[in-house]
Design a protein around this ligand. Structure first.
Ligand SMILES: NC(=O)c1ccc[n+]([C@@H]2O[C@H](COP(=O)([O-])OP(=O)(O)OC[C@H]3O[C@@H](n4cnc5c(N)ncnc54)[C@H](O)[C@@H]3O)[C@@H](O)[C@H]2O)c1
Length: 378
């Protein structure tokens, strides 16, 4: 259970000092990003309280890492205001990371009401629960790069650009952002809880098994020696390894929590995205995957398919200026580590998969250290 796994010495950087022996309430810990974040926090020595639904996929990274045995694991629904309140009250967290969401664009067309209930009301329930806290707490609430009104611009969206969204998923996350800004101004001005929101691009990394996401689709097809069916080969996305936004979330929370580094501008919205040249088309991503796992792909574009934005980029000047945050792995490295994970994890024991995942976190920290990114320096 939480409280550290004696691995702090393995990932020595600023985060070890900030999160060791701290209580972290993490929603969505059974999901892809949440499982990576839980693994990283456990290595940093945090006491992690997870709140989420049962893992939605088989396999699931949560099970592959045996996280259920290693943190305070609660299966509950963010749509249940009482359950969220009880959980946060009991944990008395120093940090909150809210990742629980219905995150799939295509599913949001089938389940728009559930998507709004989870993504908007779920976020409001977390904020309502945090209003009761009488202690200092730094909270990072996760939305998405898709929260912007997409104008198919060639340049990146900035945090002050208009919010919007055609599909229900994007619109629900834009609505969550509006709620976060409202709650911050209305209830968290003179409050020990500091709230920021984080908008990241499309993440890739080992252990994503979601339906309708390009990398898991590639892995499923390649394992069966089938052609990869690619729906939108020309659509451009800000691809980044999952550890990139997670380092941003951790660093934002760390900076919010420390009086010496606190600046009121930090309690706001932040983009975390890749370098401009790493915004790539889906087809390029698939070609890069095939360099590490040979196979083939087919163009399965469907003109009658539901609308998904074609062009989306994020400007990360704010994260760079206020946090000194920048990506540590470029596009080829992100794809290489991702595919390496899937290939090395195949048919391996949970212990071996944990080792592999930890090793990738260490590699990522080492790359960030080489680039002298502030959080990575001890
Ligand atoms: N994966 C991406 O490319 C990406 C990009 C931008 C933003 N995001 C955001 O990051 C967060 C995590 O995404 P992910 O890719 O890990 O998704 P995921 O589907 O793998 O995980 C979602 C998590 O939320 C939990 N959850 C869903 N509905 C819930 C409910 N009603 N009550 C409690 N828990 C619930 C699930 O149990 C799971 O733990 C989401 O907020 C998502 O919108 C993801």
């Amino acid at each position: 259970m939480g409280g550290g796994e004696g691995a702090v010495e393995k990932v020595v950087n600023m985060f070890a000092e900030v999160f060791r022996k701290k209580t972290v309430w993490l929603s969505g810990h059974t999901g892809f990003k949440g499982s990576w974040l839980a693994q990283w926090l456990l290595e940093l020595g945090a006491d992690v309280h997870g709140f989420a639904l049962e893992p939605a996929t088989e396999p699931a990274l949560f099970d592959q890492l045996e996280l259920g045995k290693r943190l305070h694991h609660q299966i509950a629904d963010v749509r249940d205001a009482g359950a969220v309140k009880k959980s946060i009250r009991a944990a008395q967290p120093d940090f909150v990371f809210h990742l629980a969401a219905q995150p799939l664009v295509r599913l949001s067309y089938e389940q728009p009401v559930e998507t709004f209930a989870t993504n908007v009301m779920g976020t409001i329930h977390v904020m309502e629960a945090m209003r009761e806290l009488k202690k200092k707490c730094a909270a990072v609430l996760i939305t998405t790069d898709k929260c912007y009104e997409n104008r198919e611009w060639l340049y990146g969206y900035r945090e002050d650009d208009p919010l919007g969204g055609s599909d229900p998923y994007s619109a629900s996350k834009a609505a969550a952002e509006i709620a976060i800004a409202s709650w911050r101004r209305s209830f968290f001005k003179n409050h020990p809880v500091k709230i920021a929101s984080a908008r990241a691009g499309n993440v890739i990394g080992g252990g994503d098994w979601a339906k309708d996401r390009i990398v898991p689709d590639c892995v499923r097809a390649l394992r069966k020696h089938q052609a990869i069916a690619v729906r939108n080969p020309g659509s451009t996305r800000p691809w980044q390894h999952v550890l990139e936004p997670l380092s941003g979330y951790l660093w934002l929370a760390a900076r919010l929590s420390r009086p010496s580094t606190f600046n009121p501008q930090l309690a706001s919205a932040f983009n975390f995205g890749p370098a401009h040249e790493d915004n790539r088309a889906v087809g390029e991503l698939v070609e890069e995957v095939l360099k590490h796992w040979p196979g083939r792909w087919e163009n399965k574009s469907d003109a009658s398919a539901v609308h998904e934005a074609r062009l989306l980029q994020l400007a990360t000047d704010k994260a760079s200026a206020l946090l000194g945050w920048s990506p540590a792995w470029n596009f080829p490295a992100a794809v290489e580590f991702t595919i390496q994970w899937y290939r090395r994890a195949e048919k391996k024991s949970p212990a071996a998969i944990r080792k592999l995942t930890s090793a990738q976190i260490r590699d990522y920290c080492a790359a960030a250290r080489r680039l002298v990114i502030p959080w990575a320096i001890s």
